[in-house]
Design a protein around this ligand. Structure first.
Ligand code: EPU
Length: 337
């Protein structure tokens, strides 16, 4: 195993923050992972996947384990379904495209989400009316302190909106090594009702969309709205869409009747944080090298050399202004480290 010291993580986080790891190991096999955990049982560790959902605000004085396990395969199939597996270090979008090429359905609405397969269950990633939990079957993990292998089945993962057991009871205890999904082989549930998908397909004159067409439409929409991390550092949605009580919403709506909202249950309403941020005047604003994206106010961006601290300062400014204006607290979706 090769240990790098004082290693820049700039290429390893999609925000492009130049924080340093005191020690860094690129882990390429499960055997190597177990060996590292056994060799350094008492060292504090930091598990790094695709680096697409974190904001580094300081150097990391720990052993950084970059989970770079590769591989994808079909595990089993019957007439209707196929079970596929992606190793944790596989790029998510490439994995999605691989399933679509074989006409396996279920992941197409999550095309072009940055990050790796292994971190998708952690925050139950989702987009365009689909979440990981809809097709997730199980994942394999290694317990950090004793290197015991564990399989997490769907129910144990306790998935919620950008939530799972890996952010709660199991936090910092496991390293996910692979994820298994159950996908359709026939009768795909094509979902086009969310957001601009139908509009996009109509513009392309596509009447009977299949998996590939839906995926292409979503890729086109995302490319228009969301910055490519390779060109402009970012971490996707920086904030979660807040869920507030119906009573609270009714009060706010008197003052802001135009505020978009989605009913979650009899007592809860979800508000798009992007709308709140835009109407608080932040969309497209820039503070040094830190800013708010011009096409999507939910996304904070690094124009070049912003530090994590500068981006956090912008996020705090947004949270405070939104709270003062709308009486709604918005919470970061991104892990601030
Ligand atoms: N809006 C604005 N101004 C903005 C952005 C949004 O007014 O600058 C309002 C609009 O009214 C729009 C509504 O917000 O109709 C919702 O926006 P959009 O459909 O773009 O989705 P979102 O709520 O902003 C969520 C996810 C995204 C996911 C999209 C599409 C969260 C926090 N974000 O965004 O996920 O791609 O839906 O399904 O739930 C991510 O997590 O990194 C991510 C990009």
């Amino acid at each position: 195993m090769k240990i790098e010291t004082n290693f820049s993580l700039k290429q390893y986080n999609t925000f492009g923050i130049d924080a340093k790891a005191s020690r860094f190991i690129d882990i390429q096999s499960e055997e190597e992972l177990v060996e590292v955990l056994q060799t350094y049982p008492n060292d504090s560790k930091f598990i790094l996947g695709g680096g697409s959902n974190m904001l580094l605000t300081q150097d990391i004085d720990a052993l950084v384990l970059h989970i770079n396990l590769k591989g994808k395969k079909i595990i089993k199939e019957d007439d209707q379904f196929v079970w596929v597996e992606g190793k944790a270090g596989e790029n998510w979008h490439e994995f999605v495209l691989w399933t679509i090429e074989q006409n396996f359905g279920g992941l197409e609405n999550m095309s072009l989400i940055p990050g790796n397969v292994g971190t998708t269950p952690v925050q139950n990633i989702g987009a365009y009316g689909t979440e990981i939990k809809d097709t997730f079957d199980s994942c394999n993990a290694i317990q950090i302190d004793n290197q015991v292998h564990k399989i997490f089945h769907k129910e144990e993962c306790k998935f919620g909106y950008r939530e799972s057991v890996f952010k709660q009871d199991a936090k910092d205890q496991y390293i996910i090594t692979s994820v298994q999904f159950k996908l359709t082989k026939t009768n795909h549930a094509i979902k086009t009702s969310y957001g601009d998908i139908l509009k996009e397909l109509e513009e392309q004159n596509c009447k009977n969309p299949g998996l590939k067409e839906v995926s292409n439409a979503i890729i086109a929409i995302r490319k228009r709205k969301l910055p490519d991390p390779k060109e402009l550092g970012n971490s996707g949605s920086f904030f979660k869409n807040p869920i507030i009580s119906k009573t609270h919403f009714d009060k706010i709506q008197v003052k802001h009747p135009e505020m978009p909202h989605y009913t979650i249950s009899e007592h809860e309403v979800k508000i798009p944080a992007g709308w709140l941020i835009e109407h608080a005047g932040f969309k497209g604003k820039r503070f040094g090298d830190a800013g708010i994206h011009v096409n999507q106010a939910l996304v904070l961006v690094n124009y070049g050399n912003a530090t994590g601290q500068e981006i956090v300062a912008v996020s705090k400014n947004i949270q405070k202004t939104v709270l003062d204006l709308f009486d709604i607290a918005i919470e970061a979706e991104v892990n601030i480290i």
